[in-house]
Design a protein around this ligand. Structure first.
Ligand code: UDP
Length: 151
């Protein structure tokens, strides 16, 4: 079973889109195994987007990510990385298809509402950055136990 890291960025939280976004992932069939509302520090934002350090928009991106609370989540299920990316839509909301989160809720690439890991390796790296293992596993254990109990 695969896991991915999804983060509702500050504009998504400000616009009170946590509920509708979570609903889309749940309706798809993915399982929420960790969630945390948090305001992140510059160093965490820089580490998270480390691969983009040389890009001209990097400092604007870090500033944006630290401008208010984010909602960090771990979602689990078959092809969780690719399925989450499909729900989220293309990076530039102009190109994101209607029906995707960015296609429906965002106008501008600099404020595109939500992040989803682009590979299983990055998903694990990002989950480790944002969650201690004990924040993910108890919930997972709980959900697995729930399923096993036949409910
Ligand atoms: N971004 C931006 N300007 C650009 C390209 C990207 O502000 O020209 C931001 C945007 O918020 C994007 C994030 O940088 O979500 C990470 O970019 P990436 O290429 O990894 O896209 P993603 O994986 O988020 O679709």
């Amino acid at each position: 079973m695969e896991r991915t890291f999804v983060m509702i960025k500050p504009d998504g939280v400000k616009r009170q889109l946590i509920g509708p976004i979570i609903t889309r992932f749940e309706q798809k069939g993915l399982l929420l195994t960790a969630i945390q509302l948090m305001t992140i520090e510059q160093s965490l934002a820089e580490q998270h987007y480390g691969e983009l350090q040389s890009k001209p928009f990097f400092s604007e991106l870090v500033h944006y990510l630290t401008s208010g609370p984010v909602c960090a989540m771990v979602w689990e299920g078959q092809h969780a990385v690719a399925n989450a990316r499909a729900l989220i839509g293309k990076t530039n909301p102009v190109e994101a298809a209607p029906g995707t989160i960015r296609g429906d809720y965002a106008l501008d690439i600099a404020g595109n509402i939500v992040h989803g890991s682009d590979s299983t390796e990055n998903a694990q790296r990002e989950i480790n950055l944002f969650f201690h293992a004990d924040r993910v596993d108890p919930m997972l254990f709980h959900m697995t136990g729930y399923e096993d109990s036949g409910n």
